[in-house]
Each structure stands twice: as C-alpha cells, then as structure tokens.
Write a protein that binds this ligand. Structure first.
Ligand code: ZN
Length: 110
C-alpha cells in the first residue's frame, strides 16, 4: 500500500476518534476509542516520518489534510491540479507524495 493510502486510512481513524470524543463531550458514552488509538499508533509506525509530520502540521490548519482529486481538481480548495503533478500522482509506481500547489493539502488520486 502506498504511503498516501495509509495516510488516508490514518485520517479516517482520526476522524472517528474525533467523532467519539465529541460524543463524549456532549454526554454520550462511547466505546472503541482505545481500539482506534491502537490502530492509529500501529498504522503511523508504517508511514514515512516526514510525511507523517506534514500530515500532523496540516491537520492543525484543516479538518482534512488528505483530499481526493476528482475531475483534475483538489477537493480541498477546488483549484485545478497541473498536468505534471497529476501524472506523478496517478503513477502508482512512484512513491512520491503530491501536495496541492494552492492549499498545500496532500492529494489522493482515485
Ligand atoms: Zn488544494
């Protein structure tokens, strides 16, 4: 699995943890946060450290740091993604991660 896919999975886990924390704040009892946090720490060990730090930095600014590219556009900011970046992102053999030139989010090519 490419790092960006792992990162997208990590983001999903973070969203689920956040949802459960919000539920607890408004008085619901939730289960499974410990399972999610274990999964998070396991997965984060498999992701390149530099990429992980970029992700952590972006999540301070955005709810979602990893966004899909649909119809050649970054869905984080709606700006179109230049062809060269798109080619590199769509090439499954490259391990490099592509970020949006406009908003800096990590792009996920589907
Ligand atoms: Zn963007």
């Amino acid at each position: 699995m490419a790092d960006v896919q792992k990162l997208a999975a990590l983001q999903d886990i973070d969203v689920m943890i956040r949802e459960r924390r919000n539920d607890e704040e408004i008085g619901f009892t939730t289960e499974g946060i410990d399972v999610l946090e274990r999964a998070r720490s396991k997965l984060s060990k498999e992701i390149d450290g530099r990429l992980l730090r970029l992700y952590e930095r972006l999540t301070k600014r955005y709810d979602r740091a990893v966004v899909p590219v649909i119809e050649h556009r970054c869905l984080g900011c709606s700006m179109s993604v230049p062809t060269a970046k798109r080619k590199s992102g769509e090439d499954r053999r490259t391990k490099s991660v592509v970020v949006c030139e406009s908003c800096g989010r990590i792009l996920f090519f589907v």
